[in-house]
Design a protein around this ligand. Sequence first.
Ligand code: 48N
Length: 318
Amino acid sequence: MIHSLHPCLSSSTVITEQVSQISLQTANVHNEDSVVSNATSAVFDWDTFKFAPIRESQVSRAMTSRYFKDLNEYAESDIVIVGAGSAGLSCAWILARARPDLKIAIIESNVSVGGGCFLGGQLFSAMVLRKPADEFIRELGIEYEDEGNYIVIKHAALFITTLCSKVLALPNVKLFNATAVEDLITRTSPAGEVRVAGVVTNWTLVSMHHEDQSCMDPNTINAKVVISCTGHDGPFGAFCVKRLVTQGLLKRNRMGCLDMNRAEDSIVKGTREVFPGLVCAGMELSECDSANRMGPTFGAMVLSGVHAAERALEVYPL
Ligand code: 48N
């Protein structure tokens, strides 16, 4: 069972030790790469400068062979995280290091990661997180200003790119961006109990044109647990909750008005398996529980992601 990072959630030395081991491993990987990074500090003779020769087909094969190898390998994933916003990536960071044996696929409909956090709240780029989310930020080694009950990171992109780069460096995580989850895979037991068993995906540009193109068949990824962090209701947002609502499998409660204090506590505490096989975190949860919205503060997204990792491992067949 995973223990969260912060004493107020449930302290544990286990994760911290694993984190230090993993960070050391990751550091070693970077050290092996240091030859490359040293080369970039070399002085080039720009007059005679020339790249090594390549054929265009080599570039295409280098990309497509790896992309389709990943798609093939992760067609059977242990866990799928839908949405690479602050909640989804925070969840991935905790989950993938707590269980390096699990294959974790992150599906992100946008080309870039970050969701509502990439810019910060309301396009104001500084990012506010209320304590105790500072513990998580310290784990990531991100500098911030301490303002007492909250901290401020100078740019939300500093947070999300640091978190994303660390998540992508983990060997058991694959990010499929520009890819939308456009349906859920479900299983119905002989007793009639329905359980989420994976996701149906398509390239986002394809998903946006089902109405004006002939049916374009999707791709499918089986998973033992799906963690949905697709954010507010919107063109793609709150997807998994809305999909189960249309099936009459879940009751829809729309997000409440803005109340920072109520919203952040209820999102973090309410993070859970909302339907068999589906854990919900971040702002998508507000569409399920009619939790208030919190506006431009991100501590709840980060710690909801941490809590979702813990809940997913309770659901995951051990
Ligand atoms: O940032 P979001 O939208 O969602 P969270 O829950 O990680 O963070 C929410 C946060 O940004 C806020 O909304 C803040 C706190 N404001 C609150 C307020 O009161 O206004 O990230 C969700 C990600 C995005 O990157 C989407 O592109 C992606 O999920 N996504 C999907 N990816 C794949 N398939 C889908 N169907 C899908 N739907 C959304």
